[in-house]
Design a protein around this ligand. Structure first.
Ligand SMILES: *Cc1c(COP(=O)(O)O)cnc(C)c1O
Length: 454
């Protein structure tokens, strides 16, 4: 067709069988808009370059593609074969089955989020998970907020606003996403006192900085980098004792919040929540979705008199946790209380995964794909914990001429597969792929390979 008058009307397109089915899938208004936009394009092309007016079938296909493109969700699941366990860009910790079930249970209807079944009156959302932290860790008090960044901001605002807080220069860390400890301190109205040097800080550095205006000493776990070589810092217990003797609070931003020991798995020991509490810190805060292996949350544990102040601060309302996070967190903590976290919390299943089991999964992938080599490589814990520390693993390595192109094809599949390139090879690490995803990743790899070869 090469005459503008031959362009069908919007109604003509919508009244076809396919047009009606598009309306059924995408709704009336989005489909009408998409048809109009397609017809506009066709008209413009015709006027500009005299291109042919496509027939009805092609117009319907254009409309369907446009609708698919416009209404595709941007937040979709991917298969993480990168070997980074707590991958911030991929959503950090996957949730356990029980945590997912709890979210579903609590969110598909109404819940006791802020309701007391005893009195029939108002309850507090701040109690959820608190007794579990008390039971599990012997914490006096607990508060769960939206994420750890907000937990740090709230804690510092209440503890140290208008006062001085002491921190070592080796801990002036940028976590990522623009979260810099010195800037957060400034935002919370705190006067930052830096002490020591980048590589060394001594107890006397702390003690010399104490003054009338000081309210707290703080530690920020240098979670995403390591200072190696000629370094030293006092043990946390020593700093806590010294601060307490001077009548100061001690605030600990622990970051990853490990509640199990990482060292049995060939990793360095990541500081644990239990150790901070045992050292006597007044407040410790950490993320829910790093090594705890739960939902996004910021958890603050410590002295009741301080947590009580945090709970009633206006900022606490602005950063409160929602019912989905609270229910998932509670279910995750249950795994720890029952002593089954290693075998039920995905992050810990991945950390403690048996290397031979990983190897046999990689071999299964290789067999299904009929190509690649099984080689030893390194997985990473990630999520701003254990920088430079790796877990020895086996991966499927694909030696191809254009590794980045294959990586891109894997990403564009459905589901998307996220791998990595090392030494010009595409590496796919079974450690971070949930075992239930094996059929999906095999499928996706086969499809990607057939596209790559074309
Ligand atoms: C990750 C991290 C944060 C930020 O936690 P979010 O849960 O991402 O808000 C703050 N401090 C430290 C030391 C961290 O490692």
């Amino acid at each position: 067709m090469n005459d503008l008058s031959q362009i069908p009307s919007v109604d003509q397109i919508l009244s076809t069988g396919q047009g009606k089915s598009l309306v059924g899938i995408y709704g009336h208004q989005p489909t009408v808009d998409a048809v109009r936009d397609c017809l506009d394009l066709v008209r413009q092309d015709f006027l500009k370059s005299g291109s042919e007016v496509p027939d009805l079938e092609v117009l319907l296909k254009m409309t369907a593609d446009l609708l698919d493109d416009r209404l595709k969700p941007t937040l979709v699941p991917v298969i993480n074969a990168s070997g980074v366990i707590v991958h911030t860009n991929l959503g950090r910790a996957p949730l356990s089955g029980a945590a997912l079930e709890a979210v579903r249970n609590v969110s598909s209807g109404y819940s006791t989020l802020e309701f007391s079944l005893e009195t029939g009156g108002r309850g507090s959302r701040l109690i959820h998970a608190e007794s579990q932290f008390q039971q599990l860790l012997g914490a006096e008090s607990a508060l769960v907020v939206n994420n750890n960044a907000s937990a740090v901001l709230l804690s510092l605002t209440v503890l140290t606003r208008g006062k001085k807080v002491i921190i070592s220069r080796s801990q002036l860390v940028e976590i990522g996403g623009g979260f810099r400890i010195p800037e957060v301190l400034r935002h919370s109205g705190t006067d930052l006192v830096e002490i020591g040097t980048t590589n060394k800080v001594h107890l006397f550095d702390y003690e010399q900085a104490y003054s009338e205006e000081t309210s707290a000493v703080m530690r920020a776990h240098s979670s995403n980098y390591a200072i190696v070589g000629f370094t030293s810092e006092p043990k946390i217990g020593q700093i806590v004792n010294s601060a307490h003797e001077a009548g100061l609070w001690f605030f600990d931003d622990l970051g990853s919040g490990a509640m199990l020991d990482t060292s049995p798995y060939g990793l360095k020991h990541e500081p644990m929540v239990q150790e901070s509490l045992a050292a006597g810190v007044d407040l410790v805060c950490f993320s829910g979705d790093k090594l705890l292996g739960g939902p996004q949350a910021g958890i603050i544990l410590g002295r009741k008199e301080l947590i009580d102040q945090l709970k009633v601060h206006p900022l606490a309302r602005a950063i409160r946790a929602d019912k989905m996070a609270l229910s998932a967190l509670s279910a995750t903590l249950d795994h720890y209380i029952k002593g089954e976290a290693l075998s039920t919390v995905p992050v810990w299943q991945m950390i403690s995964a048996d290397k031979q089991a990983i190897k046999s999964r990689a071999e299964k992938w290789k067999k299904a794909l009929k190509r690649g080599d099984i080689i030893e490589a390194q997985s990473m814990v990630g999520g701003g914990s254990l920088p430079g520390e790796t877990l020895s693993t086996f991966v499927l390595a694909l030696d191809v001429d254009h590794p980045n192109q294959l990586l891109e094809i894997l990403r564009s599949g459905s589901p998307s597969v996220i791998g990595r390139v090392e030494d010009d090879r595409v590496l796919l690490d079974p450690r971070t792929v949930l075992p239930v995803q094996d059929p999906d990743i095999i499928n996706a790899m086969q499809l990607a390979w057939s596209k790559y070869e074309k």
